[in-house]
Design a protein around this ligand. Sequence first.
Ligand SMILES: [Fe+2]
Length: 364
Amino acid sequence: MSRYRPSTFRIRDHHGVRDEKEEHMNLGQFYKKCVEAGIQADPRGKAGIERYLKAEKKRHEALERFEKENYDHERLTNPYTDVRILHGDGKEPLKGLLVGIDAYQPELMLADMLRNRGEEVSAVLTHHPAGFGIKRLAEVLDVATEQWIALGVPPHIAQNLNEERLEEVVRRFHVANSDAAVDAARLLNMPYMCSHTAADNWVASHLQKKLDAAKPHLISDVLELLYEEPEYRHQARLQAPPMLVTGKKTTRCGRIFVEMTGGVMPKQQAFEELSRYGISTLVVMHMPEEALATVKKASLNVIIAGHMASDTMGMNLMLDKVLPPGDSIKIFECAGFKRFDRRKGRAARSSKKKTAGRARSRKR
Ligand SMILES: [Fe+2]
């Protein structure tokens, strides 16, 4: 592991923009950078986020006294209810981060065991949220509404379908015992954080841009493009490759929609609407059995790219934006997560180019 070089971190929050110099990036700075990274890849764009936060401020002002007392003030600056520090005051310096797709009680205990063996695990980062990070998870469906409108679905249809989905999800998580992992983090005094939509935004926008740019003709071309990503190749080696569940490899793929936002599948009627508005192929993380009949009826081609692989890709792309350069923060991979650092590939490619350029100029 290389030695840490003190760095300056640009922090943007409700106090404005400032540069902070720290011996180690701390959990609070890491959290703020995750939110910033999420906004960078958000389909609503900066203007859309500002509109969303303005509406949230108005909503807060109009709350009744009892509701105001319990209000989560992070919502005024962070548009993602599923990106939160769940335990810790944010001042904890990050030397090592245990990252998992589902990092709950067992992983928190694992982190504590590793600490007792002398490993520097400063905090645990879970992709799928826990505690208050999951209770209002559905509110991030505003992101999906914007994506659908961009695809050509009229706003009233996009909003209605996603709002129905939102209410159902709020009810589903309301009954869950979602604080258990946060309680474990508190008892172990293990700093604990979740980052869900900030990472999902990255995988959705990365794949959508890649597929739009490559203009594949057949479904087999789409599968080949997915296999270029290290996370899908890794999961293929673990016997969970991207899976074509409806359509054939020889089918024309038409217009493709990468639907990977919100952590919950759209209502079944939504598939018919997407087909009606010109979508031929869906690339998703997962799809429930009961939705398969509807997508077949709507003649949609569906590629299940893979849940762990897609979530891992989102986390990797987000971490590339958030982590300081080099390996100053050691990553402990667990619970379905594997680190692929695309910055290293780029750095290697650009230094190769520089070397080749220098060699050419020497020849001249
Ligand atoms: Fe997920």
